[in-house]
Design a protein around this ligand. Structure first.
Ligand SMILES: [Zn+2]
Length: 199
């Protein structure tokens, strides 16, 4: 493979020196009949121009600063309406949840947790409607099938003046279920964690 020599630039490609024009062209339309400005008048004119320049510079600076300010995002009417709708919906559902929780709590306070409370006849032996379940941490947790109240050894004494052991001792209409036995590093923690707490 042969290497071709680089072709030297031809004379035509080299731009010739641009001739500098020495003649000053006179602008047309300038009234030369008027007297030239006096030095004082010229200074006054310069002063005025400088003043105007300073003013417009100040305005420009102000305008530039204005563009750096954070702007409020303009929302469309549709966006405002949708947001208001969402807010109302959220408020209403929050209120609904609050009322449902209240109703449930009232039901649980009034419930005697006796089997058949919702039917025509209560259980003649006054057995409870509590379903018990023994967790793998060997904790018996219960739930009333009538009102949904949960029972756990950490329960406080309830509105009817009964503690957990009272309800646990009462005979239940339902057979207990069990999860089996598991060994825990921290059995007390496992027993505490065996119950989902409703905040
Ligand atoms: Zn109940």
């Amino acid at each position: 493979m042969s290497i071709k020599p680089i072709k030297p630039a031809s004379k035509e490609e080299v731009s010739p020196e641009t001739p500098v024009s020495t003649t000053v062209e006179t602008a047309e339309g300038i009234d030369t009949s008027k007297q030239p400005l006096s030095t004082d008048a010229l200074l006054a004119l310069i002063a005025t121009l400088t003043q105007q320049n300073a003013e417009s510079n100040a305005k420009l600076a102000e305008a530039i600063l204005e563009t750096t300010k954070p702007r409020e995002i303009l929302k469309t009417k549709q966006q405002i309406a949708t947001e208001e709708n969402d807010r109302l919906f959220f408020e209403q559902s929050k209120e609904l949840r609050r009322r449902q929780k209240e109703t449930k709590q009232r039901e649980q306070l009034q419930c005697d947790h006796v089997a058949g409370s919702l039917g025509e006849t209560k259980d003649v032996h006054q057995r409870t409607s509590i379903v018990w379940h023994r967790t793998d941490a060997q904790v018996d947790i219960g739930i009333c099938t009538t009102c949904g109240r949960l029972f756990h050894p950490e329960d406080q004494i309830d509105a009817q003046g009964h503690d957990y052991s009272y309800w646990r001792r009462r005979g239940s209409f339902n057979r207990i279920s069990a999860a089996g036995v598991r060994q825990f590093m921290n059995p007390l923690k496992a027993q505490h964690d065996s119950f989902l707490r409703d905040s």
